[in-house]
Design a protein around this ligand. Structure first.
Ligand SMILES: *[C@@H]1O[C@H](CO)[C@@H](O)[C@H](O)[C@H]1NC(C)=O
Ligand SMILES: *[C@@H]1O[C@H](CO)[C@@H](O)[C@H](O)[C@H]1NC(C)=O
Length: 595
């Protein structure tokens, strides 16, 4: 009897699965056809004869998570209702916008002339290099910026035609960074498609998506993030290992958008498996609410580790929580739940108010190390700020709107003001990669204490030199008052500060942010302009009369992100309206669902 019943259950289960699968394919077909593609176009987009599509799997995926059936929720409005601007204000704004476009055009021309179809131009020597697979990273990262800045017609067509020739089945690199490939290439194509509706760009997105899907071909379907792409091409077996939390947690937006646009839920399924683990283990880490910097994807251990940060190597796992909500129309509540757990812990443990000579009410995000102290595990704050973490102010502002958390706007504001203040505190008006400051005892009361600061400088940088005169250390280390060390003095053309200014401006309408943005743009342009384009520099702590030395590097995010956000903050707020778009971590805007 038991066997028979089981058999019936099995048959019933099979029928249910088949029915579900049938419904699912119908759904897919409907969603694709409703986008108005012809059969020929559909074949082209789905790329059924493409190398990565037909390459067999060692561990065929066994589940098919689909989008929720319900309709998207009405999420609160993100953008401020801007009043009509005066003619005078418009003139100033448009002049600044032109200056940004001019800087971009200069870079674009140089890239075309000296580095066409390679990943990066070297902006001093006029050469090129290929650190991202050799698939024209700068071109792909710039596609949507070109569109936003007004490239159309034959000029844009020439670029898209070139993009269509990129071959994702061939690279000279041994190992591919799946995270970077995802945010720059897949993100770049998806956004460029969302703006232009040029079907060649969706096809390219599918090609990258089919490739990256093979990084998930492991026994537990967790991705390999530093990926031997040649071994994968040969069909060799692979397993996921120890990896960085940002690299596994920031594939969700791109994979979801690709599923939305193609109607094929396999990518969404792949990242939901990761999200499930993140959610399940979020509250059992050493600092509940946050995930450690590194996790073991092979063993599915996401909760063991002692370093916690919102900076490098972790940042976008948090960034993608509210953004996934926006992208899926609030249908997946788990993202809001995870964000709220995280941000409350961040506010209590990671954010600190630094002591400044003018008693600024600002916030900086540091990092936490769990330390053994007399047999007790205690959380120790490392008060190190990073340029990278400047994304956080904008993110908290966005989530404050999306999740109706109005009190968080004050936190967002203090974080953004921390970035503005830090830019201005350095001689060239540009923030270095990393710095440390002295945290105040409490966030409410923080009075400048010169002796206290000096003591902290001595501990940080003059520690082993008992006789060191603190004044000498401060001058040798070129420390502006308030800073206790500058471990990394570079500025590498990063976008995070202007990104957050842009988001806070779009969400609150605060006009002084536009003025700060203009100061920032001029400062960056002054310190980084080469004969050809702009370059990363070694040391922004030098006195103003000494120009920082160029490091001959211009990563694709300069044109993909930094100049895009500068352009957008000087644009009318209807250009890439945040109620219609949500940006991935590489500043690529994806279209949000319309209700
Ligand atoms: C703030 O702190 C200073 C010393 O750190 C103390 O003298 C002062 O009374 C405090 N003020 C308030 C309002 O708590
Ligand atoms: C930016 O730098 C370039 C090159 O030095 C210069 O031609 C341009 O005028 C600068 N733009 C602004 C707005 O300062």
């Amino acid at each position: 009897m038991a066997t028979v019943r089981r058999k019936h259950t099995v048959i019933a289960g099979l029928i249910a699965t088949l029915a579900l699968f049938y419904l699912w394919t119908i759904n897919d077909a409907v969603s694709l056809q409703s986008q108005g593609w012809s059969a020929e176009e559909l074949y082209y987009i789905e790329a059924p004869d493409y190398f990565w599509t037909i390459l067999p799997f060692n561990y065929p995926p066994d589940s098919g998570r689909q989008f929720p059936e319900t309709n998207s929720k009405e999420l609160p409005k993100v953008q401020f209702s801007f009043p009509k601007e005066t003619t005078a204000a418009r003139n100033v704004r448009e002049e600044r916008q032109r200056a940004v476009k001019q800087a971009f055009s200069r870079c674009w021309s140089a890239y075309k002339q000296y580095a066409w179809l390679s990943d990066e131009l070297t902006p001093v020597s006029g050469g090129h290099k290929n650190p991202f697979g050799g698939w024209a990273a700068t071109l792909v990262d710039s596609l949507d910026t070109l569109w936003i800045m007004g490239w159309r017609g034959p000029e844009l067509d020439e670029v898209v035609s070139a993009a269509a020739t990129i071959d994702f089945t061939s690279t000279e690199m041994h190992e591919i960074n799946v995270f970077e490939t995802n945010i720059r290439y897949l993100g770049g194509f998806l956004a460029a498609f969302d703006l232009s509706r040029d079907v060649r760009l969706l096809r390219k997105a599918v090609e990258v998506g089919e490739m990256l899907y093979h990084a998930f071909d492991t026994p537990n379907h967790m991705p390999v993030t530093r990926w031997d792409v040649h071994a994968a091409m040969r069909g060799e077996r692979q397993v996921a290992g120890t990896l960085l939390i940002a690299e596994i947690g920031s594939l969700s937006m791109e994979f979801t958008r690709l599923s939305q646009l193609t109607g094929n839920s396999k990518w969404f399924d792949a990242i939901q498996r990761i999200m499930h683990e993140l959610a399940a283990q979020q509250s059992s880490t050493a600092i509940p609410g946050l995930w450690p910097l590194t996790i073991d994807a092979g063993k599915m251990v996401f909760n063991s580790g002692s370093t916690f940060t919102l900076g490098a190597m972790a940042d976008s796992v948090y960034e993608y929580l509210p953004k996934m909500s926006a992208l899926t129309g609030g249908q997946l509540e788990v993202y809001q739940t995870m964000y709220e757990k995280a941000i409350e812990t961040v506010a209590n443990h990671i954010l600190f108010r630094p002591m400044t000579p003018t008693d600024e009410d600002i916030l900086i995000a540091g990092q936490i190390h769990m330390k053994d102290q007399d047999g007790l595990v205690v959380a120790e704050l490392e008060p190190q700020g990073q340029h990278l973490v400047c994304f956080l102010g904008g993110l908290v502002a966005l989530a404050s709107k999306l999740f109706r958390r109005p009190d968080d706007m004050a936190v967002a504001t203090k974080l953004v003001e921390g970035c503005i203040w830090t830019y201005k505190a350095f001689p060239h008006g540009v923030m270095p990669e990393t710095f440390t400051m002295k945290p105040c005892a409490t966030k409410d009361n923080c009075t400048w204490d010169d002796a206290y600061w000096r003591q902290e400088v001595k501990t940080r940088v003059g520690g082993n030199n008992k006789d060191a005169r603190i004044d000498e250390i401060i001058s040798q280390e070129r420390l502006p008052r308030g800073f206790t060390s500058v471990p990394d003095r570079r500025y590498i053309l990063r976008p995070e500060a202007i990104e957050s200014l842009f988001v806070l401006h779009r969400t609150t309408g605060r006009q002084d942010l536009v003025e700060s943005a203009w100061d920032m743009f001029q400062a960056i342009n002054r310190s980084t302009s080469t004969q050809l384009t702009n370059s990363a520099v070694w040391d922004v702590t030098l006195p103003l009369d000494q120009a920082p030395q160029f490091s001959d590097s211009m990563e694709s995010f300069w044109m993909g992100e930094t100049l895009k956000y500068f352009y957008l903050i000087f644009s009318e707020p209807s250009l890439i309206n945040m109620d219609e778009f949500v940006f991935n971590t590489e500043a690529h805007p994806f279209r949000r669902p319309v209700r």
